[in-house]
Design a binder for this molecule. Structure first.
Ligand code: UDP
Length: 242
């Protein structure tokens, strides 16, 4: 990134730089990977580029379906231009199939397809380890109003329908995903962050056996190896389809 653009914020997987237009930002996708609240860290050369390309394609699809998002354009292989937004400190997780923390915290068995999508909301706070939060606690903390929360939930369910169909077309099962929302300059609620194998669970449907083949960050979380190969495969399938 050239020096004219000031680094505004650096997160675990992205850097945010200022843009010439005050209401826009430049977001750079990093090669770093973290898991378990950054207790586990690694670098995967090429991950930033793959997530940037995958996320950009997905945001384009969502925009075409009239989902309000921060995404403006792909700038180059690992940077995008986005609207500057004020992020709401909530992580909205939608689950179609039980896996991960849902199975660790309940008696629901891994791999159970859920009768209807489940939305779990977490407080985005590293110090508190992103705890699961309730609707009443969100109101109590004045994070957002119940009306705004309903808007977020409605958008998340709509996004799930679009993504589930899209991924099915490229032989991937969308198990779960995490979204973040924020407010743009005009105070509109928009989808922010990224949608990539870093924050979606995607299982390969191109398999003969019943074993789960994860093409997502579980390859890193569970030391399965082949993360870049998995992300490249997703990028390849998206490009072949579009
Ligand atoms: N997720 C995420 N960031 C987080 C926690 C979860 O992007 O800080 C995503 C994760 O990739 C998965 C979904 O949210 O697609 C559900 O994750 P889960 O709650 O099962 O947590 P985990 O098992 O990864 O601890």
């Amino acid at each position: 990134m050239n020096n004219e653009h000031e680094l505004i914020y650096e997160g675990k997987a992205k850097k945010v730089f200022s843009h010439d237009d005050a209401d826009k930002v430049i977001i750079e996708f990093k090669d770093d990977a973290t898991a378990f609240n950054a207790l586990k860290k690694a670098k995967f050369e090429g991950k930033g580029k793959l997530n940037c390309l995958i996320s950009s394609r997905i945001f384009e699809i969502l925009k075409n379906e009239n989902i309000p998002t921060h995404f403006i354009a792909l700038k180059n292989e690992n940077t995008i231009i986005a609207q500057k937004i004020k992020i709401i400190p909530l992580e909205i997780v939608l689950r179609n199939t039980a896996y991960g923390s849902l199975c660790r915290q309940t008696t629901i068995r891994s791999g159970t397809d859920l009768v209807k999508p489940l939305i779990d909301i977490y407080l985005k706070n590293d110090e508190l380890n992103d705890p699961l939060i309730t609707k009443d606690r969100i109101e109590l903390m004045n994070i957002i109003s119940s009306k705004e929360l309903d808007l977020i939930i409605g958008l998340t369910l709509k996004i799930n329908v679009i993504l589930k169909n899209f991924f099915k077309n490229i032989q991937l099962k969308l198990v779960d995903f995490k979204l973040e929302f924020g407010y743009d300059f005009q105070n509109n609620m928009v989808l922010g962050d990224e949608i990539s194998p870093d924050n979606c669970r995607l299982w390969d449907l191109n398999q003969n056996s019943d074993t789960i083949v994860s093409l997502d960050k579980d390859r890193f979380r569970n030391d399965l190896g082949g993360l870049i190969e998995a992300y490249s495969e997703i990028n390849r399938r998206i490009n072949d389809f579009i």
